[in-house]
Design a binder for this molecule. Structure first.
Ligand code: HEC
Ligand code: HEC
Length: 292
């Protein structure tokens, strides 16, 4: 987690673009937001027709067509890039750029050192509400190929600006206001009942935000602070940066209070009793009530 150093002001934009290593800034101050900045990574066009390039391409295909490609492993109506935006290149949307060099990594949620493959399976089991992939199988290998390729040129073990997600100053959500703001800002793409829409129904159709087709309670996105930060910077998809911080917390409070699939075993998370304060369930090591 990192502070929001890439601020979306026109004045700071040039500095931001340089510091974040993003693409050329747009001349228009309206379109010129930091929201769409990408971390520097190899271009798809640099892939050739050799075995390594083919593995990387297969990996990307799994990350973008996750449910169709891995029907026995995905429970949610989501794909990896539903959250890891722009094929894992978007700054502050948990980009995969550099992720290869950040593992193995100690994870307080499991209390163990995890390999990249295990971190990916965490997102499959929680964020896709699915079943883990065999770590030794060709699908996991190809996904790791893609992440390692995207990470080429980054410094191993070093976190850079734009990694992870914004860390906003926590605000107390008002879920009644959040319901109204959801209708105003989100329903047109994610549907008034939050169950998502189809591409045939609307441009930039958004996937489910709650209910059976959504990520389960064990996902990081089910935490108010994580969702508020994601929404504040990246949503609405076609107008990012237009939802104020308080409204983002209100909406996140409303959305995370809706029903979603359970994650059996969640009470064993954070075995050392150090869950973040916005985890919405009690853990054995520390009974924690959800806080903003
Ligand atoms: C519902 C949203 C969501 C979906 C879908 C999702 N993830 Fe994640 N992912 C997250 C969040 C949230 C984090 C943690 C960000 C943080 O707080 O550092 C994360 C973290 C990660 C990380 C660690 C990144 C780092 O820099 O340490 C990897 C790797 C990852 N996800 C891979 C995947 C893969 C592969 C898929 C599909 C199989 C996937 N994720 C699907 C939300 C999601
Ligand atoms: C213009 C359409 C649009 C609007 C409006 C919109 N979204 Fe999204 N949303 C998307 C798309 C598209 C994705 C990513 C889907 C993909 O690429 O697979 C997404 C992804 C998400 C995700 C991660 C995936 C998931 O479904 O859990 C969350 C959370 C989210 N949006 C919340 C919101 C919230 C809250 C609002 C209102 C502030 C909102 N969105 C407004 C289109 C939209």
């Amino acid at each position: 987690m990192e502070n929001a150093l890439c601020r979306r002001t026109a004045v700071a934009l040039l500095v931001v673009a340089a510091a974040c290593g993003g693409g050329a800034p747009s001349p228009s101050p309206v379109a010129a937001t930091a929201d769409t900045l990408h971390l520097p990574a190899p271009a798809d066009s640099s892939l050739r027709d050799d075995p390594m390039s083919r593995s990387i391409r297969r990996g990307l295909s799994l990350l973008t067509n996750t449910r169709d490609s891995l029907p026995n492993h995905v429970g949610a109506q989501l794909r990896c890039v539903s959250c890891h935006l722009d094929q894992g290149r978007r700054a502050f949307a948990m980009p995969w750029v550099g992720a290869y060099g950040r593992f193995p990594q100690y994870r307080s949620r499991s209390g163990e050192v995890a390999r990249l493959e295990e971190r990916i399976n965490d997102c499959i089991r929680r964020s896709l509400n699915g079943r883990a992939l065999p770590t030794e199988g060709p699908e996991m290998r190809d996904i790791v190929s893609y992440v390692s390729w995207l990470s080429r040129g980054t410094v191993s073990g070093k976190r850079v600006r734009g990694n992870g997600i914004d860390s906003l100053t926590p605000l107390v959500p008002d879920t009644a206001r959040g319901r109204l703001a959801f209708a105003q800002y989100c329903a047109r793409c994610h549907a008034p009942d939050g169950q998502g829409m189809l591409a045939a129904q609307v441009a930039n159709a958004g996937p489910p935000l709650w209910g059976a087709g959504s990520f389960n309670i064990g996902s990081g996105m089910a935490r108010v602070r994580v969702m508020a930060a994601f929404v504040h910077r990246h949503m609405p998809f076609d107008q990012p940066g237009t939802v104020a911080e308080q409204a983002s917390f209100d909406i996140a409070g409303f959305v995370t209070a809706q029903p979603r699939p359970d994650f059996p075993g969640k009470e064993l998370d954070w075995p050392n009793g150090d869950p973040p304060p916005d985890v919405a369930y009690a853990t054995k090591a520390r009974r924690s009530a959800a806080k903003p």
